[in-house]
Design a protein around this ligand. Sequence first.
Ligand code: NAP
Length: 281
Amino acid sequence: MSITARCITLSSGALMPALGWGTWEMGERPAKRGDEVEALSLGLELGILMVDTAEMYGDGAAERLVAAAIAGRRPRTFLVSKVYPHHATRRGIIAACERTLERLETDYLDLYLLHWRGDIPLEQTIAGFEALRAKGRIRGWGVSNFDTADMQELMALPGGQHCVANQVLYHLAGRGVEWELLPFCRRHKVAVMAYSPLGRGRLLRHRALQNIARRIDASPAQVALAWLLAQADVGAIPKAARVTHVRECAAAAELVLSPQVMSELDEAYPAPTGPTPLEII
Ligand code: NAP
C-alpha cells in the first residue's frame, strides 16, 4: 500500500511532502541500526517521502543511516539536513554541506537548514546558502528554531526572502507558535515544519488525546499528526524507529479530522492567548 501524501508548495516553487520522518537519536547504537534502517525504509516505501536529519545527530551517524534507508530511492525522496550554527560562515557552511552530502551518499539536498541561531552574522550564512544553491548542492534553504524577531531580521536582509522554511517545536500541547510566529511565516510564505510533533512521545500518554483518538478509532499519534497536517502550510516530522509506529504515523497522512473533533482538541489543548517565547529543545 502506498499513501498519497499531501505536499506543501514552497516559495521557491518546489514541492515538499507535508509529512516526513525525523531521525534524531537514530543510527547511534549499532545493535539497533538494522531495525532503524528497516523502519525508515518502510516509511519511504509506504509513500511518506521526506526525511529530516542533521550533521549534529549522532555526529553524522543519522545521516549515514539515512543513506542506507534511501538507497535506490533518492530521486523520489525529499532530503532535509541541518548545519551547526558554528559551521554557518560562508565557507564553513559549504564545507559542512560537502561532508553531509558524502555521509548521505548523494550530490544534493532538497532543503538545508541552519539548525539554530548562533553568533555568526546571518549575512554570512545567507551567502553560504546562496553559494550552495548556485552550485546545485542544495535546492533550497531555511532555518530552525527562529522566533519572530529572528525571522524579521532575516527577512530584512538581502537574500533573506529566499528562506523557504522554519523548523520549530510545535505540537498539540505546545501551540505557542500560533500567536505570532506562524502568522508571520504564513505572510512571508515560509513553510513551518513541526518538530517533536508527538511531544517526544509524551503527548501520546495524555488522557484527553487518548479518549478522543479511541472514539474515532485512530491512535493518539495519528490524531496529533492529523491535527498539525490540517493546516495547509504546516509539515510534521515524527521520529519512529519501530515499524509498528511507522505504519501508524504514515496512516495519519490520510486521516481527516472532523470540525467536531478539531474543536474538542482546541478545548483540551487551547491556542495561546498571548505572546509565548519559542520553545526550543
Ligand atoms: P517526536 O517525533 O515528537 O516523538 C518521537 C517519539 O515518539 C519516539 O519515542 C517514538 O518511538 C515515539 N513514537 C513515534 N510514533 C509513535 C506511535 N505511532 N505511537 C507511539 N509512539 C510513537 O520527537 P522528536 O524525535 O523530538 O521529533 C521528531 C524529529 O524532529 C526529530 O527526530 C528530528 O528529526 C526533528 N527535531 C528537530 C529539532 C530542531 O532543533 N530542528 C529538535 C528536535 C527534533 P520509537 O522511535 O521507538 O518508534
